[in-house]
Design a protein around this ligand. Structure first.
Ligand SMILES: C[S@@+](CC[C@H](N)C(=O)[O-])C[C@H]1O[C@@H](n2cnc3c(N)ncnc32)[C@H](O)[C@@H]1O
Length: 252
């Protein structure tokens, strides 16, 4: 079993790689899989990050929600990579629905194996991908490889409210940005009421799909139940202990 497959499962809150083949079915009702395209568009607009000549790279793009909204809004080119071929298919269909197929390219790839230096884009998006590219300093340095000088990074992650919680604090993130020579320009945190309604909606969709899968594969009922449980646990964590945040960073 490859570590990429384990991290892929983790990035979608699946406790076991056995769930990976079922994830497209379980997540079929969701387009946005983690980060908020609206928050990203707002940060790009407020800081005049992109023009129609700019290029964007969306690493672990899921079903392309962020790239498509950015391409639609700024009429710039966006390229997204993801390991799940079903997500890439869905991203291409959505790009056609949003009339941005000529601006968006979606390709299946393991982002840990990409030669990022050949990309040289104006903006790298890394939305809700977790530790797929390693711990934060290593991950940030990898993202920088894909950037032109003075390029930008949009990073969706989270920080613990207290140092006792087993996750990075905001202070830790500031240290990581300093260590990697990145300037924090702005950030948007998820509003609690919005988060609660989003979580409720997502859990309800996933629960319905999980019940359908249990009827088809009764011997895997525990696997599907555990997925719903881990989704609920992640939502509780986000509602109580961790603040979801989108950081806008710039190369120094
Ligand atoms: C929580 S989702 C976020 C998707 C998207 N960035 C968004 O915000 O909607 C995490 C994504 O990481 C992808 N992923 C995980 N490991 C990967 C890898 N090694 N290479 C490419 N994609 C990967 C998963 O397939 C999944 O689509």
């Amino acid at each position: 079993m490859s570590s990429s497959e384990e991290k892929l499962a983790q990035s979608l809150t699946a406790e076991s790689v056995e769930l990976v083949p079922f994830l497209p079915y379980l997540l079929q009702d969701l387009w946005e899989l983690g980060s908020s395209p609206d928050d990203m568009v707002e940060l790009i607009t407020n800081h005049k990050v992109l023009t129609s000549d700019s290029t964007v790279l969306d690493l672990a793009c899921g079903k392309g929600a962020v790239s498509i909204k950015i391409a639609e809004q700024f009429q710039c080119r966006a390229k997204g990579y993801d390991l799940m071929s079903d997500f890439i298919k869905e991203a291409r269909n959505k790009a056609a629905d949003y009339h941005v197929s000529d601006l968006c390219t979606f390709l299946r790839a393991d982002i840990t194996l990409l030669n990022l230096e050949q990309e040289q884009v104006d903006l790298v998006v890394f939305g809700a991908v977790g530790n797929v590219l390693g711990e934060p300093p290593q991950m940030l340095n990898r993202l920088k490889e894909a950037l032109k000088p003075a390029g930008y990074i949009l990073l969706d992650d989270g920080y613990a409210l207290t140092e006792t919680y087993d996750y990075y604090t905001r202070k830790d993130w500031l240290k990581f940005f300093e260590q990697t020579n990145l300037m924090l320009l702005d950030e948007i945190t998820i509003e609690k009421d919005h988060l609660i309604s989003l979580c409720d909606e997502q859990i309800s969709y996933i629960t319905t799909r999980s019940e359908e899968l249990k009827l088809r594969h009764p011997y895997k009922a525990d696997l599907f139940d555990s997925y719903v449980r881990s989704q609920k646990a992640e939502c509780e964590e986000l509602e109580n202990d961790i603040i979801g945040v989108t950081f806008l960073l710039k190369m120094n």
